[in-house]
Design a protein around this ligand. Structure first.
Ligand code: SF4
Ligand code: SF4
Length: 152
C-alpha cells in the first residue's frame, strides 16, 4: 500500500512532512512519492488533521467473471437503450430531455456491468478496434488509436 493525498483537503500545515520517515511527502508539489512510501506505515494518515491522506492498494483485485448469459442480457438491454436514445435524442421537450438523460445513465450502467467500460477488457479493445475501422468521418480515429496503444 502507499499513501495518496487529496490536495483539495490539504491545508499545508506540513505535519505529514515532519512525521514521514522517508521524506516521501512533498507539500509544495502536493505529491507523495510512492517509491519512497514504505508500505503504507500510515504515520501521515494518522497525523493529518484534515483527513487529506489515505492509503491506496497497489493492485486491485480482478473483477469476478460474469456468465455469458448475463453479459448477453446486459448487451441486449444496452442495445434497447441506444435504440430508444435514437428516438428521443435532439428533442427539446423537457420530458424527452429527462428520458434522454435517464437512458444515458442506464446505458452506462449496462456497459459498465457488462465489462465494456473496463479499459483492459478484451471486448473494450475489440470495440475500439472496430471504431477505428468504421467509415464514419466524424470518428476521432487518432484519439482512439492513441487510446488503443496505451491499452495494448
Ligand atoms: S505512509 Fe509512511 S512512508 Fe508513506 S508517505 Fe506516509 S508517513 Fe511517509
Ligand atoms: S498533514 Fe494533511 S493537511 Fe497537513 S500538509 Fe500533510 S496532507 Fe496537508
Amino acid at each position: 500500500m502507499y499513501a495518496i493525498r487529496n490536495i483539495s483537503k490539504c491545508t499545508k500545515d506540513c505535519l505529514c512532512l515532519f512525521v514521514c520517515p522517508t521524506g516521501a511527502t512533498d507539500t509544495e508539489t502536493g505529491q507523495i512519492d510512492p517509491s519512497r512510501c514504505i508500505d503504507g506505515c500510515r504515520l501521515c494518515v494518522d497525523i493529518c488533521p484534515s483527513g487529506a491522506i489515505s492509503l491506496m492498494v497497489e493492485n486491485f483485485p480482478l473483477r469476478p467473471k460474469k456468465d455469458d448469459e448475463v453479459i448477453s442480457s446486459l448487451s441486449e438491454l444496452l442495445d434497447s437503450k441506444i435504440a430508444a436514445l435514437e428516438i428521443v435524442n435532439g428533442s427539446t421537450h423537457q420530458l424527452m430531455k429527462a428520458l434522454n438523460q435517464s437512458l444515458l445513465i442506464l446505458g452506462e450502467d449496462c456497459a459498465r456491468e457488462a465489462g465494456f467500460m473496463i479499459p483492459q477488457d478484451t471486448r473494450t479493445i475489440e470495440l475500439l478496434k472496430s471504431l477505428v475501422s468504421c467509415d464514419d468521418p466524424q470518428m476521432p480515429k487518432d484519439t482512439i488509436k492513441k487510446l488503443l496503444s496505451m491499452l495494448t
